[in-house]
Design a protein around this ligand. Structure first.
Ligand SMILES: Nc1ncnc2c1ncn2[C@@H]1O[C@H](COP(=O)(O)OP(=O)(O)OP(=O)(O)O)[C@@H](O)[C@H]1O
Length: 230
């Protein structure tokens, strides 16, 4: 991201973000409305910069949006917003729809087996539990073999067990992962963490110091009367 600015409506949502993300695991934390989702969405061209450039694998997201989206898979917070087909297997098949049918069936079978969803293949996707739906969303994204996986608060709807399971799935991926989350425990597994505040990256460090920076920001923003109590 080269000096990226994003203006949405009347608001400067991102103001001069300049980062090169080369680590395998990159976390993004920050307050509600600070610009994290916008930053994540820049990475697959769902949002394009108002000024500056975003390059993914050397491709400009403004010019080569479709090619960028093939490289960068996006996992949304709410899997219901992402699951588009009636059954579990059909949903995974949809994300590899360009592949010949015989190969597609094999990809779908392998992908479902890898996430423990094989016996749900013909089940209606909407009947899965929240955790299973999130795994299905990840499975469908991964079936398209993206080089980069961007996940925007993917564990918000999950209980502790499924959060752990999903985090383990993300951790095991060979791809580069960019993870936006309010769950600071997930940041321990990152190689690098960006702290976003009011549209800027205000810290960019290893997880320990970055999360400490974020905690200080929150403490400083709290009214003095509450600070002692926290
Ligand atoms: N399409 C839009 N038009 C106008 N403003 C927008 C639009 N999308 C986002 N915003 C604003 O941009 C700011 C940043 O939003 P963003 O979703 O990136 O924040 P976030 O850090 O991911 O927040 P959260 O943690 O609450 O998900 C917010 O103030 C939001 O209201």
């Amino acid at each position: 991201m080269e000096d990226v600015h994003v203006r949405l409506g009347e608001r400067d949502v991102l103001r001069g973000v300049d980062v090169e993300l080369t680590e395998r695991r990159v976390g993004i934390v920050g307050a509600n409305g600070s610009g994290k989702s916008t930053l994540a969405r820049l990475l697959n061209g769902l949002v394009v910069p108002t000024a500056g450039r975003v390059l993914v694998d050397g491709l400009d997201t403004r010019r080569d949006g479709a090619a960028v989206r093939r490289r960068a898979g996006f996992v949304f917070t709410d899997p219901d917003a992402q699951i588009v087909m009636p059954t579990v297997a059909e949903d995974v098949a949809y994300s590899v729809r360009g592949v010949p049918a015989s190969e597609r069936d094999r990809i779908v079978r392998d992908a479902l087996a890898a996430r423990g969803l094989a016996h749900h293949a013909d089940h209606p996707a909407h009947l899965l539990s929240g955790g299973q739906k999130q795994l299905l969303a990840l499975t469908s994204v991964l079936a398209a073999r993206p080089r980069l996986v961007v996940a925007d608060e993917p564990t918000t709807l999950l209980d502790l067990r499924n959060t752990r399971r999903f985090a383990a799935e993300l951790a095991a991926l060979p791809q580069q992962v960019v993870l936006v989350s309010h769950d600071l425990t997930l940041m321990d597994a990152m190689d690098r963490v960006l702290v976003v505040d009011d549209g800027r990256v205000v810290a960019d460090d290893a997880p320990g110091p970055a999360v400490a920076h974020y905690r200080r920001l929150v403490d400083e923003a709290a009214p003095a009367s509450r600070r002692g109590a926290s």
